[in-house]
Each structure stands twice: as structure tokens, then as C-alpha cells.
Design a binder for this molecule. Structure first.
Ligand code: SF4
Length: 348
């Protein structure tokens, strides 16, 4: 139930509020597209979306060298816009520009039992099990609380997640509920929405990662894409063209399922399992599908890049919109928690 003064008042648009984001990793690859961007494109029609470049989160493991952040942000913005994130429909912003995230992080931290932070899988993996001392920081331990602040700041109804991120929304729910029980309806309790996107491997058969150098990027030219597709790891049983293969053991097939029109899937399966064609022919079909899908994205990206500063203006406007919303939330939070208003007045 909401009241007129509630901080959780439903949006006038009647749409659900969605918060998602990612760290600024730079040029986006096909794994980023399938795992996040493609879903965001669908959701921006259905929801009131806030898409955040989480630069403070990037510092949890790269605090020693932040030099690449500005260029990574620029590259990421170019890809986000080229792929179709629409600043008219959605608010695209940068986390560190909205200082209210830090303020809410502090407040939520007061309500967060240490055990809740210590139960985070990445903390247990990297610090407890692997003993990585450089990750034994206050910031890394507390990043789930900062994530909760990101979500609660926009009173999100929905947070799209992969399986490994469900725990973060659960922690957010726990913290928000704890505050709501004591202080009334301060925060909307967010729900996660599990994406069913397949995981695409890099062209060497390992997890797709910039650090492995095995990514196919949205901004790769047709030739660069082909150079990477051509050497993709396939079913090892296909030593020669005469050996039948099993698409389920081949990462090229995973790409076909996502990018190649479904009406061609039967032909690909048959040609592979009955050794009717070689892997290079199969990869050519994939290359054509990738070109069809991403040539318009490459063109839009080149046009955006030519208009120096346009991506930046989008970000500035997004920051302005996000800050307005964040300030409104924080006014409500301060009032409910009996804190002074941020302008220093006594609130009367
Ligand atoms: S024919 Fe295609 S699906 Fe079969 S192993 Fe080769 S690349 Fe993979």
C-alpha cells in the first residue's frame, strides 16, 4: 500500500521501474550483448528503465589504476547507444555522478549485519578461499551494500539478473525490509527477473573475457569478425570434413542459435551431423548472420563517434534525470529516518 507522501509512490506512467547496469569495461562484446543489452532493449519498451555505468563498482578490484576509466566509459556509451538504448525512453547515467548513491550506501551500511556482507560468494571465493589480500578491503566487502543503494535509490520494481546475481537482490530485499519494518514504507522491495540468455564462449572456447583476448566486439568490422569466427573452436571430433560432428559440443552452434535465423538451424544440424559440409562453410553462415545483425550497429557507432561529444551530452542529461530522482528518494529517506534535510534546514 502506498500513501500520498510515500517514497514508494507508483510512477505516473504506470510502468514498472527497472534498474540495471554494468561496470565500465569498454567496448562491448557479443557476450555483453546477449547477456544484458538484448534484454535491456526489450525492457526499455515495457519499463521505465535506469541504466547505470557502475564506475564506483569498477574500483572494487581496480582501485590501483583508474586511468582507463574515461576511455572505457566512452567506448561503452558508444556501444550502448549504437545498439539502440534510447535516452528518450531510458535514463542512462553514471553512478559516481550521483553522490546520493554514496549517501544511501552509508545509511544502508548501518543496517547491514557483517555476516550478510561476508556471505557474498565473490568475497568467500576471492578473500576467504583464495586469500587474495588485495581484495580484503572495506570497499569489496561492502559492494553488495552499494549495489543495494543503486537499486533502492530508484525504487526499482525489477532488477534483471543472471543466476549468480540473485543473491545481491536477496540481500537488497533483506536490508530494505529491515528498514521498512522499523521506519514504515521507506523502500519498494525489488524483485529479480532471471534472464535466460545463453552464455557465449570466446573464440578459443574459454569464457568470453577481455583479459583472454577472445572476444568478438560489437564494433569489430566485418573482416575483424570473420578473422575471429574463422578460428573458433569447434567439435574436436571433426578432425576432417568427412568426420560427422555434434553441434551440441561446438560453440559455433551456440552462436547460430542466437544469431542465425531459425529456419536455417535444421540445415546446419544436418550438414554437421552427416558431415555434409566443413566447419568453414558453417562459420560463413554465422558470419553472414552477424554481419546482417551488426552492420547497422557498426554504422550507427561510426556516426556517433564522428559527432564528438554527443554520447557525453546523453550522459550529462541522464545524470541530471537520475539525480533528480535520487534527490527525491533521499529526501524521503532522511525524513523517515528523522535526519536533517540535506539543505541543512530543520525541515519546518
Ligand atoms: S559444422 Fe558447424 S556446428 Fe558442426 S562442428 Fe563445425 S562449426 Fe560446429
Amino acid at each position: 500500500m502506498t500513501t500520498e507522501n510515500s517514497t514508494t509512490q507508483e510512477p505516473a506512467t504506470g510502468k514498472k521501474i527497472l534498474l540495471s547496469g554494468s561496470r565500465p569495461t569498454g567496448r562491448q562484446h557479443l557476450g555483453n550483448y546477449v547477456g544484458a543489452l538484448a534484454q535491456w532493449l526489450d525492457m526499455q519498451e515495457e519499463c521505465e528503465c535506469f541504466f547505470m555505468i557502475a564506475d564506483w563498482h569498477a574500483l572494487t578490484n581496480s582501485y590501483n589504476d583508474t586511468g582507463e576509466l574515461p576511455e572505457n566509459i566512452r567506448q561503452q556509451m558508444l556501444d550502448w547507444l549504437a545498439v539502440g538504448l534510447d535516452p528518450v525512453k531510458s535514463t542512462i547515467f553514471i553512478q559516481s555522478a550521483i553522490k546520493e548513491h554514496a549517501e544511501l550506501n552509508l545509511l544502508l551500511g548501518m543496517f547491514t549485519p557483517l555476516g550478510l556482507a561476508e556471505r557474498t560468494t565473490s568475497w568467500k571465493d576471492l578473500v576467504v578461499e583464495q586469500g587474495l589480500d588485495e581484495m580484503r578491503t572495506y570497499g569489496f566487502l561492502g559492494y553488495p551494500v552499494l549495489q543495494s543503494a543503486d537499486i533502492l535509490m530508484y525504487q526499482a520494481h525489477v532488477v534483471p539478473v543472471g543466476k549468480d546475481q540473485v543473491e545481491h537482490v536477496e540481500k537488497t530485499q533483506d536490508i530494505a525490509q529491515k528498514i521498512n519494518v522499523r521506519y514504515g514504507e521507506v523502500f519498494r522491495i525489488p524483485q529479480w527477473r532471471l534472464g535466460r540468455a545463453p552464455v557465449l564462449l570466446g573464440n578459443d572456447g574459454r569464457k568470453m573475457s577481455k583479459s583472454y583476448g577472445n572476444c568478438i566486439y560489437l564494433s569489430d568490422s566485418s573482416k575483424e569478425t570473420w578473422d575471429k569466427v574463422r578460428v573458433m573452436v569447434t567439435d574436436p571430433a571433426r578432425v576432417t570434413k568427412k568426420d560427422p560432428g555434434d553441434p551440441e559440443k561446438c560453440s559455433v552452434w551456440d552462436y547460430h542459435k542466437v544469431f542465425t535465423p531459425e529456419e536455417r538451424h535444421g540445415e546446419i544440424w544436418e550438414n554437421c551431423t552427416k558431415a555434409k559440409w566443413g566447419c568453414v562453410e558453417c562459420k560463413r553462415v554465422l558470419q553472414e548472420a552477424l554481419d546482417r545483425k551488426f552492420e547497422p550497429v557498426r554504422e550507427r557507432r561510426a556516426a556517433l563517434e564522428a559527432k564528438t561529444g554527443e554520447w557525453h551530452e546523453v550522459l550529462v542529461e541522464g545524470n541530471r534525470k537520475a539525480r533528480k530522482r535520487a534527490q527525491k528518494t533521499m529526501e524521503g529517506v532522511r525524513e523517515k529516518l528523522h535526519l536533517f534535510p540535506s539543505d541543512g534546514s530543520d525541515g519546518t
